[in-house]
Design a protein around this ligand. Structure first.
Ligand SMILES: Cc1cc2nc3c(=O)[nH]c(=O)nc-3n(C[C@H](O)[C@H](O)[C@H](O)COP(=O)(O)OP(=O)(O)OC[C@H]3O[C@@H](n4cnc5c(N)ncnc54)[C@H](O)[C@@H]3O)c2cc1C
Ligand SMILES: NC(=O)c1ccc[n+]([C@@H]2O[C@H](COP(=O)([O-])OP(=O)(O)OC[C@H]3O[C@@H](n4cnc5c(N)ncnc54)[C@H](O)[C@@H]3O)[C@@H](O)[C@H]2O)c1
Length: 587
């Protein structure tokens, strides 16, 4: 957009002063001046209400877990940071359509069905007397979503991070005149299409910005792309958000009642979590369809079999090796006369239901970022490639979170954001910082990246150290794992032995109503080191962390055999499983 000379002069003044103030701010960052006041008028003046030129140390596209950690850690180091996300999306997919709402949905299902108590009072026990509807479930989800949004906004604001609601993309070459000479050499240029706030705390978070501003021209020393992913929506699936929907649409209120015959297409984590939740709602039958011959391929086979068995006993049907070729909607029939949804499979089968949840993977939100402007390309799912330090092929542009693909978890995204910040602001000196955290004394700067170590995992501070993260799958019953599954160890020719503890044999398991579940520990037969932990059942995602710590410390079966655990607990399963493994190893 062309600006008049007067506007440019005004903007130049704004940029220069803003940068001067920014440096002053950085120098006194330890004073923690609330930036809302410090930066209010001085840092972001508008140029006739059209464009603002603001310079930052870091601009982050997206406000999910990776963005939050990177923003807060960078701000703590005195950097000037702006986080941009779309209206109503501050907190990211994690808060609005992913982790938090889906796990809250699960808690609501468990509560309203009385599922956790049915072991004692029978399968007919249900505290919620009416048929459970989606709005009943969403009541809880919306409450948690609002609180979590407030927490995220408050945390970033307290650290002085500027939160901007709008849609960001890299500036195109013909937009150069929106930026001034004051923009530093080589800075990355970002355009933001601003949107107005509706959420109260979002409004106050960026109240210092001109309300009339429609487009902002921002520049930064570094940019972090943390724009996440969205559900894949192939053209041949007739999504309407009511009868045929994805995991986002399920939360948007279009689906009024829990379907009686639900088809879930895609036996990935999202598909299986929602399928198992819906499966315990009385009056609902679930059919899972997936083109692969094994679901949750990364998980331990016995654990997956136990999940399928548990779901089958509650009525679920699995159609694996089956591809949905066409989906047809009829207006007549179905529950309440609302019509049917028919899935035509490539095998010639027809599956009829009253609704379909389509969960066949996700794709990166990179298509509208004008990535070419910064010399970047994505793969066919819109995902970006990064090096061990989360830098893309453009060293000033980092990427973290779901947009870089596997493992695509909230937990790992946070850690990636933290590590990216460390590399951004300390680079090769990060090791010195990490060592200082470890032993309280700053060491010499290491010679190269391979020396950079994390105080947390003792491994390289790059993507390569991510193997030691736990995976929690919130199906009903829940699953958790860390380390390698049996099949992989067998393939790699590693000699191992397993020990298993059945939850029904634990006092705590009985107190919880004889809930299904087990813990499997895998030990190296010769070194006795713990190689993997796989659990299914109540509390699996919590107790996994005991195994995580022992694995990180290189612990062996002896730790679990000799340790005293609280009694009665599910954690006691470690002791039982270790004795089982040791007995087999000693044979
Ligand atoms: C249904 C579901 C359940 C899940 N459950 C779990 C779980 O139990 N545990 C777990 O660890 N993980 C879970 N995940 C994964 C987890 O939510 C993600 O790994 C995590 O949210 C990714 O974080 P992120 O930092 O990549 O950003 P995201 O949370 O993906 O957020 C990205 C943000 O970027 C914004 N954005 C995109 N483009 C632009 C743009 N051009 N301008 C401005 N903003 C933009 C989006 O609006 C969005 O708010 C789940 C995901 C889903 C979908
Ligand atoms: N509890 C958790 O941690 C949790 C919960 C939900 C989602 N997530 C994250 O969200 C991500 C997305 O979950 P999801 O269930 O949509 O995806 P997914 O990658 O597990 O895929 C779901 C299904 O889509 C199909 N599919 C996926 N990628 C494909 C491809 N490239 N080509 C053909 N078919 C493909 C497969 O049949 C698969 O079973 C997961 O990778 C996971 O990291 C995590």
């Amino acid at each position: 957009m062309l600006l008049s000379n007067a506007m440019c002069a005004q903007r130049d003044w704004a940029c220069k002063n803003q940068r001067r103030f920014a440096h002053a701010y950085n120098m006194f960052a330890f004073l923690k001046v609330p930036q809302q006041h410090a930066k209010g008028s001085a840092f972001a003046p508008s140029c006739n209400g059209v464009t603002v030129c603001s310079h930052y140390d870091l601009i982050i596209i997206g406000s999910g877990p990776a963005a939050q950690k990177c923003a807060v850690d960078s701000a703590k180091l005195g950097r000037r940071v702006a986080v941009v996300d779309k209206l109503g999306m501050i907190g990211g997919v994690c808060v609005h359509t992913g982790t938090i709402p889906s796990k809250t949905f699960r808690e609501a299902v468990l509560h309203l069905t009385g599922f956790r108590h049915q072991g004692f009072y029978g399968r007919a026990y249900q505290p919620w007397r009416e048929r459970i509807s989606v709005p009943d479930l969403l009541l809880r989800v919306q409450k948690v979503e609002k609180t979590e949004t407030d927490i995220v906004v408050d945390q970033m604001r307290r650290e002085g991070v500027e939160v901007i609601t709008g849609t960001a993309r890299f500036a195109e070459a013909d937009e150069d005149d929106a930026f001034t000479d004051a923009t530093s050499e080589g800075a990355v240029r970002v355009m933001v299409l601003k949107t107005d706030a509706s959420h109260e705390s979002e409004a106050s978070a960026y109240r210092h910005l001109d309300a009339n501003m429609a487009k902002m021209a921002l520049s930064a020393e570094n940019v972090l792309i943390a724009c996440g992913t969205r559900p894949l929506r192939p053209a041949h699936i007739p999504f309407d958000g009511v009868r045929v929907f994805d995991s986002d649409q399920l939360l948007w209120g279009g689906v009024r009642d829990v379907p009686r015959e639900l088809m879930v297409v895609g036996a990935g984590v999202i598909g299986m979590e929602y399928a198992s939740m819906m499966n315990i709602i009385p009056g609902t039958n679930v059919t899972v369809i997936d083109p692969r011959d094994k679901m949750l391929g990364f998980a331990d086979t016995e654990v997956v079999q136990a999940l399928m068995y548990s779901m089958r006993t509650k009525g679920a049907r699995f159609l694996l090796n089956e591809k949905v070729e066409r989906v047809e909607k009829t207006d007549a029939g179905g529950s309440g006369g609302r019509g049917r949804v028919v899935a035509h499979l490539s095998s010639g089968k027809k599956v009829v239901g009253d609704a379909m949840l389509y969960a066949m993977g996700r794709q990166g939100n990179t298509d509208s970022l004008s990535l070419g402007s910064v010399g970047l390309e994505t793969d066919n799912r819109g995902l970006l490639e990064v090096n061990d330090f989360y830098q893309t092929s453009n060293p000033r542009v980092y990427a973290c979170g779901d947009v870089i693909g596997y493992p695509a978890l909230a937990s790992t995204s946070m850690e990636q954001g933290r590590r990216a910040a460390l590399h951004m602001w300390h680079g090769q000196h990060a090791a010195a910082l990490a060592m200082a955290l470890d032993d309280g004394a700053a060491g010499a700067a290491p010679a190269d990246h391979s020396m950079i170590r994390s105080p947390m995992d003792g491994g390289f501070l790059g993507r390569s150290s991510e193997h030691l993260f736990p995976y929690g799958i919130y199906t009903i019953p829940e699953i958790s794992m860390i380390g390698k599954p049996e099949a992989q160890l067998t393939e790699e020719g590693v000699p191992y032995e397993i020990g298993v503890a059945d939850f029904t044999e634990l006092a705590k398991g009985q107190m919880l109503g004889g809930a299904d579940g087990f813990l499997k520990l895998i030990f190296h037969r010769e070194t006795l080191q713990l190689l993997g932990v796989h659990a299914i059942g109540e509390g699996a995602t919590e107790i996994i962390h005991i195994g995580q710590v022992v694995m990180a410390m290189g612990g062996t079966v002896d730790y679990f055999r000799n340790a005293v655990f609280n009694y009665p607990t599910l954690a006691e399963a470690y002791n039982v499983a270790a004795h089982d493994a040791f007995r087999k190893i000693s044979l």
